[in-house]
Design a protein around this ligand. Structure first.
Ligand SMILES: [Zn+2]
Length: 257
């Protein structure tokens, strides 16, 4: 079975700090290759508590879009778990340079030898992990180096627009994605915040026209607006299938085919 499972759907610091939604990452299985995107706080716990439980030892790779805490807190423990407690050398980590080097790296040096390889992401490069090709897309998210992710697999092209400000080239970079996941922190546009708002997310959906769009990574204003109602209204208006993710929600390859 090929699927994308949203272990957590929290965005923004208050939703994460108060755990109004879980802040775990997103687990993918595509043609037998299992990947984990953005292991935020509680990822290992959620992996083991969901039914059926997910097995970190079966992961082929971990993708870190950027080093902010809500995306990276569990990266070290997930690397160790992927490597069977560090007993095996296995798995790939894809991460931006500033998550690995500089003053304040988030990936501990002592877990790095557990990995089979570490790839420092750059736009324009393609990284192969198992049966999946991964293409990073440079985002604009303040001071922190951040990449959205396009995955190419036999099941189709999947886009993950993680944290970013809107910029004019953003929609065309995700052209052709059958599944488009968008981190939608804000309900209304706010020029002071380096995150997408619902109107901007819907502009992107309208331009890309995926078979399925999933909104996730919600801040307070989105949660208060009942994301499932906002998604249903937008879906009706645009004539495109749009879902608001829930903690634990799974979408299947047939949902975006
Ligand atoms: Zn961020």
């Amino acid at each position: 079975m090929s699927f994308v499972k949203f272990l957590g759907t929290a965005g923004a610091r208050f939703v994460v700090a108060r755990q109004l939604r879980f802040s775990a990452g997103t687990w993918l299985e595509l043609s037998g290759t299992q990947l984990l995107l953005d292991p935020g706080p509680g990822t290992l716990l959620r992996c083991r508590k969901v039914r059926p439980p997910l097995e970190p030892l079966e992961l082929s790779g971990i993708i870190l879009s950027h080093k902010h805490l809500d995306h990276s807190t569990d990266v070290n423990i997930m690397i160790e778990a992927m490597a069977d407690g560090g007993l095996k050398r296995r798995g790939v980590l894809l991460a931006p340079q500033d998550a690995l080097e500089g003053d304040d790296p988030v990936v501990l040096r002592y877990v790095r030898p557990f990995l089979e390889r570490i790839e420092i992401m750059a736009e324009g490069e393609i990284y192969e992990v198992g049966s999946v090709k991964i293409r990073p897309v440079r985002h604009n998210h303040g001071q922190v180096e951040t990449y959205g992710i396009i995955l190419e697999a036999p099941e189709g092209r999947l886009g993950f627009i993680v944290d970013t400000r809107f910029f004019p080239e953003l929609p065309e970079k995700y052209e052709g994605c059958q599944l488009l996941v968008i981190n939608t922190v804000l309900r209304e546009w706010n020029p002071d915040i380096d995150h997408l708002s619902l109107p901007e997310a819907l502009e992107i959906v309208k331009a890309v026209r995926p078979n399925l769009a999933v909104l996730t990574h919600f801040g307070m204003t989105m949660l208060r607006g009942k994301p499932w109602e906002l998604a249903a209204q937008a879906s009706e208006k645009l004539g495109i299938k749009i879902l608001a993710a829930n903690d634990g929600m799974t979408v299947d390859a047939k949902d975006w085919a």
